[in-house]
Ligand binder design. Sequence first.
Ligand code: SR1
Ligand code: MG
Length: 394
Amino acid sequence: MSLLKQQTYQPLTEAAAIDLALSLNVLPKNADLTCKEIGDGNLNLVFHIVDKQYDKGIIIKQALPYAKVVGESWPLTLKRAKIEADALKIFGQIAPDFVPRVYYTDDVLAVTVMEDLSHLLIARTGFIKGEAYPLISQHLGEYLAKTLFYTSDYGLGPAVKKERVKQFINPELCKITEDLIFTDPFYDAETNNFEAELRSAVEKLWQDEVLKHHVNILKKSFLTDAEVLLHGDLHTGSVFADHSETKVIDPEFAFYGPAGFDIGQVFANLLFQVIVNDKNRDIFIKHIETVWNVFENQFSHLWERENKEPLAKTSEFLEYNLSKFFDDSLGFAGCELIRRTIGLAHVADLDSIENKEIRIAAKLKALELGKNLIKLRKEIKDLKEFIHVVETVI
Ligand code: SR1
Ligand code: MG
């Protein structure tokens, strides 16, 4: 039976992914297709299907009913495929240059068929290989300004926004973030994973009551501040790039939350390169500055020209919002730095450093910087002071 008519979920094989591709009419009818499962993320299967003759491809992404990174003992909702497809469509309308096109979705198979981006590289992988992608920060700043403005009360109007909040209720994926970013790294949880050499620094974090109070405040913001439709997992493994293009993928963690969360994840994942990449350190500091400057400029422009709330257009209220986003983003960046260093899901920027002494030194810096950003976020008034705090640690 054709996969399209199946009423039940089944994980695809490479052969089944080819059958599905052929039945969708998104590739030429007589296509000679090859397929490879290339998923290297924590959660899903990703099939890359290529038409050898015309050198054209598509991606079929399928959610598994469990978290691949842990195994079948960690069940996970298939509904995240619909959340991801819906978010890709919305972000694709708002910022088409930076989002892959979606060709087909199937909620039963938990499948999204989308544009092949294999001419690009995952940004984290490129960074580790020494690439710096000159336009990535300009593009991410623009992506953030557009997606965070046009999904807010001020870009959508409160009634439509409330419908969206309902559409993107995403409790299981939010729980992963609540646990892995805001809870587990701050006590002796089983999910944590770190080298013995880090233990004394980690135990200091666990005993730091002031730090944990700040993390509680940030977690409360994540739980309750339904400001904008977030990507929800905007690290550099969710970005494809080359010297001229940037595409943001994988919004399965999308939900209505605080705008600073997406910005903070971008900051933190660029900061890993500031910490480890001696050669390109200044370029990555510049990238961080550019993300914020482009975001601030373009968000302000949209706020002033497209605001649906006439009384909200004042420069004081814009400033109030930008200042909240900035403070929040530093705190969320701090939590991301810490959880990627000692929590369940690490980053290759740190873990791929072969020399143990250098790796441990880099991880200690990530922990120190994370802690400082969380505690000092409200005292850090602008980009200059932010970069100063970064430079005192590295
Ligand atoms: C069990 S999922 C672990 C991590 O992978 C995803 O990409 C998110 O970052 C999540 O926290
Ligand atoms: Mg992902």
